[in-house]
Design a protein around this ligand. Structure first.
Ligand SMILES: [Zn+2]
Length: 232
């Protein structure tokens, strides 16, 4: 297992770490600030530096047994197991992912339909809704922007399956049903707006989302509306 520093503090941009393994040329660290692709959010990119050398991390993915794989650019030098490295994110890109990801929660809170899919990138993101109604883009944009301006606090906490089972009313308030069987679940709360299981990286408060724009709304089948958003 790699310690997932980004899970407790998504604002950490860098950390020191030790190389504990390799998998097909990808680097496994004892701890990392790099978010591995998952939940519609891309894997982080950045650099590893050690002994005056720098390797470019071009993607981050989950490996087997909870490891996190830092995929290196082909021509990059490669650290060895046991080396102490400094891992640094491409923070500008990741911060945009955090703004997008948090904005997606707001969009999901405004459009209260089931979410059937989604994808986040630094430039544009989308959520697919299980809905037949048409989407009033201006009304949705205004409602989301209102939640941004109100600057709601965003926080997470961990809860065990047993604690969850003991609080059926909590489960009822969640917009997405929590997965069971992993022992514990990470709950993401946007105060007064949204509560759901989510492992991604979020902002501290919705005000940091800033200006966003609702893009195309695509009809992807009778019961599917795809809503695109852009950050300006
Ligand atoms: Zn999330």
């Amino acid at each position: 297992m790699s310690e997932e520093l980004f899970r407790e503090d998504s604002y950490l941009r860098e950390c020191d770490a030790t190389v504990v393994g390799m998998d097909a040329g990808a680097i496994i660290l004892d701890q990392t600030v790099f978010y591995p692709q998952g939940g519609g959010q891309p894997g982080d990119i950045g650099t590893l530096t050690w002994n005056g050398k720098t390797a470019n991390v071009v993607d981050t993915r989950y490996g087997e047994h909870g490891t996190i794989l830092h995929l290196l650019e082909e021509a990059s030098p490669c650290p060895a197991v046991g080396d102490n490295v400094h891992a640094a994110l491409d923070w500008e890109r990741r911060y945009r992912h955090m703004r997008m990801h948090t904005a997606m929660h707001l969009l999901g809170a405004v459009l209260q339909y089931g979410v059937t899919g989604g994808n986040i990138s630094a430039e544009k993101s989308r959520l697919d809704f299980d809905m037949e109604d048409s989407v009033d883009k201006e009304a949705v944009a205004a409602a989301v922007q209102k939640l941004v301006v109100e600057d709601h606090a965003v926080s997470h906490r961990w809860i065990t399956d047993a604690e969850l089972d003991a609080q059926p009313s909590l489960v009822r308030t969640m917009s997405v049903q929590p997965p069971r069987g992993k022992g514990r679940i990470r709950l993401l709360e946007i105060e007064g707006v949204d509560l759901q299981p989510c492992g991604g990286t979020h902002l501290r408060s919705t005000g940091e989302v800033g200006q966003l724009r609702i893009g195309k709304v695509e009809k992807k089948g009778r019961r599917n509306r795809r809503v695109n958003i852009h950050l300006d």
